[in-house]
Design a protein around this ligand. Structure first.
Ligand code: PHE
Length: 348
């Protein structure tokens, strides 16, 4: 953790694991009540990235950058550029143990500014040689997971009979909502920003305020905003059958995964569902795959989710616990010398 020498902003880089390869995880620029809350969030988010990378078959570990904005509002433009330069230097100082990318509050253009200080940054704009905006692939991966759940859990019913609530209409959530509207789903959408109601109207979706949307009856709930929304108190009030979305760290605590399971609500682990962005970015930027092959890899999220749900059923575990166990097994296997792991992505 440092105070950025140019910006004066507190910046935290957490490296959770490098067992499978260099840690990877986005850079979040947002406000927290105190810098300690930012640090706690970074620690949790980095651990989730390790699980995400392990379950996605990537040769990477997990990390995260959090810049804790002072006050509520955004930074003035010049100070924000200073902050991005400070972040680039801090990533570079990790000497190849950590690669960054976009996350809440940052964009591909920001990655191009960070790249002034380090080449260890994913998702620069395409015209600058990066793989571009990762929100499209993240939405694609989530939709592959949702379609799998429709077949596996909802008996293959048509989308036009399925009620879906999308919570959060940011860059990823709005793409998912638009795709589901296109498939004819019975769609309800929600966002903390009331001006997103325009989008609801354009999609022909019902609008609902966030606190109502979370617990309203639905077949599928799609969390697409920031994390921690699933708490013990919320689980008691839910009336959905399936939860699957791209938000990171949806559970406030691992035990909440078991509470959901006990209530008969199928929670698809966010570390599997949300992996499209990192899967696509690494496929293009590390493995140099063409776009179509990288998208094909993103679609494999459906099969990975199937593996987790089948393991959960076989061992009578919640999907959350099964995902943790599978990820730990891969990390241990690699530590014990699993062939190939950790070797493909050199630290450079
Ligand atoms: N926001 C992405 C995630 O949470 C982070 C990321 C995307 C990192 C693409 C690298 C490349 O998974």
């Amino acid at each position: 953790m440092i105070t950025g020498p140019r910006s004066g902003v507190t910046i935290v880089v957490v490296i959770d694991s490098t067992v499978l390869g260099p840690a990877l995880g986005g850079c979040r620029i947002t406000s927290y009540p105190t810098w300690n809350d930012g640090l706690d969030d970074a620690v949790r988010l980095a651990a989730a990235m390790s699980e995400k990378a392990a379950l996605s078959g990537l040769h990477h570990g997990g990390g995260k950058t959090v810049a804790v904005l002072p006050g509520d509002g955004p930074l003035p433009a010049d100070r924000r550029v200073d902050l991005l330069h400070d972040i680039g230097d801090l990533v570079q100082a990790q000497q190849g143990r950590y690669w960054t990318g976009p996350d809440v509050g940052t964009s591909p253009d920001d990655m191009a500014v960070i790249a002034a200080g380090t080449h260890r940054v994913f998702c620069r704009p395409r015209h600058l040689g990066g793989s571009g905006d990762s929100s499209g692939p993240t939405a694609t991966g989530t939709l592959a997971a949702l379609d799998h759940l429709r077949r596996r859990v909802l008996a293959g019913r048509g989308w036009d009979t399925i009620a879906v609530t999308v919570l959060g209409l940011g860059r990823v959530g709005s793409r998912i909502a638009a795709a589901l509207a296109g498939r004819g789903a019975r769609l309800t959408v929600s966002d903390v920003a009331a001006d997103r109601q325009d989008l609801a109207a354009r999609l022909g979706a019902r609008w609902s305020p966030p606190e109502e949307a979370l617990t309203a009856p639905a077949d599928i709930l799609v969390p697409a905003a920031t994390g921690g929304l699933l708490t013990a108190a919320v689980v008691d009030r839910l009336s959905c059958r399936v939860i699957a979305g791209p938000a990171n760290n949806q559970l406030d605590d691992p035990a909440t995964g078991d509470l959901l399971h006990a209530r008969g609500i199928l929670w698809a682990p966010d570390t599997v569902v949300s992996a499209g962005g990192v899967v696509y970015a690494t496929a293009v930027e590390i493995d140099h795959l063409p776009h179509d092959d990288a998208v094909h890899r993103v679609h494999q999220i459906a099969g990975r989710l199937d593996d987790v749900l089948t393991a959960a059923q076989q061992h009578d575990l919640s999907p959350a616990a099964a995902a943790r166990q599978l990820a730990r097994r891969r990390l241990r296997g690699s530590a014990a010398g699993e062939q190939g792991a950790g070797q493909r992505t050199r630290i450079h």
